[in-house]
Write a protein that binds this ligand. Structure first.
Ligand SMILES: [Zn+2]
Length: 221
């Protein structure tokens, strides 16, 4: 019988393999974390390929970023994860990766918030971009706070993307959705400028983002 922690360690390694296999992380890029209990987190170690981690490589950290258990160092970007957990206490997992199309759109200053992709609106609502911060620094935490409070998936200026999820699998799916949308938007912008959906179509899509009897929020951009 596997313990809860053992299962989570396994899933972090599995999702690391998927991120690596999809080309969302190169070399030692990216990081993955999950809540272990009220005050502890499991997170990926710094300086290690996310495609080749073993459960024993995963580190236990507290809510200040201190290592509580494990041989390796806590990822330098864990402070950004902590900011996401602080702003979204209902979320259980955070993934940061460097998917190519998402990063490319930020390099070219392409606005990814116009409502053009129905599946994106129904799942993530929109892809806003957090301002630039030095990777691995405390600035990264402050850079995401305002937007991660309102959105599950963000592009990070010149530095990939970050997502929050109800569990590790949910967070991974959001990262795939984000990069798929980024790839489509990249191709569309090569050919021209994609037209926005009409207000009535947007309202129907936004209705899918809330429970059946809840008021439908406006599209936020
Ligand atoms: Zn990074």
């Amino acid at each position: 019988m596997q313990t809860h922690e053992t299962q989570l360690r396994h899933w972090i390694c599995e999702i690391g393999r998927r991120l690596h296999a999809r080309g969302f992380v190169a070399a030692a890029d990216g990081n993955i974390s999950v809540r272990l209990d009220a005050s502890r987190f499991l997170c990926t170690p710094s300086g290690m390929s996310k495609g080749h981690m073993r459960p024993v490589d995963i580190v236990v950290a507290d809510s200040k970023g201190n290592r509580l258990a494990g041989e390796r160092r806590v990822t330098s970007e864990f402070f950004t994860h902590l900011a996401a957990y602080e702003e979204r206490p209902e979320m259980q997992a955070v993934i940061h990766a460097h998917p190519t199309y998402a990063t490319t759109l930020t390099l070219m200053d392409i606005d990814t918030t116009p409502p053009v992709l129905p599946e994106l609106i129904m799942s993530l609502v929109a892809l806003p971009r957090a301002p630039y911060a030095t990777p691995g620094s405390a600035e990264g935490a402050d850079a995401i706070r305002a937007l991660i409070k309102r959105f599950d998936a963000l592009l990070l200026d010149r530095h990939g993307a970050i997502v929050v999820g109800a569990d590790l699998q949910d967070a991974y799916m959001k990262m795939e959705r984000l990069e798929s949308a980024a790839q489509t938007l990249y191709l569309a912008h090569l050919l021209g400028r994609p037209a926005a959906l009409s207000p009535d179509k947007i309202a129907k899509l936004m209705a899918a983002t809330v429970p059946p009897d809840a008021p439908v929020p406006p599209y936020p951009f």
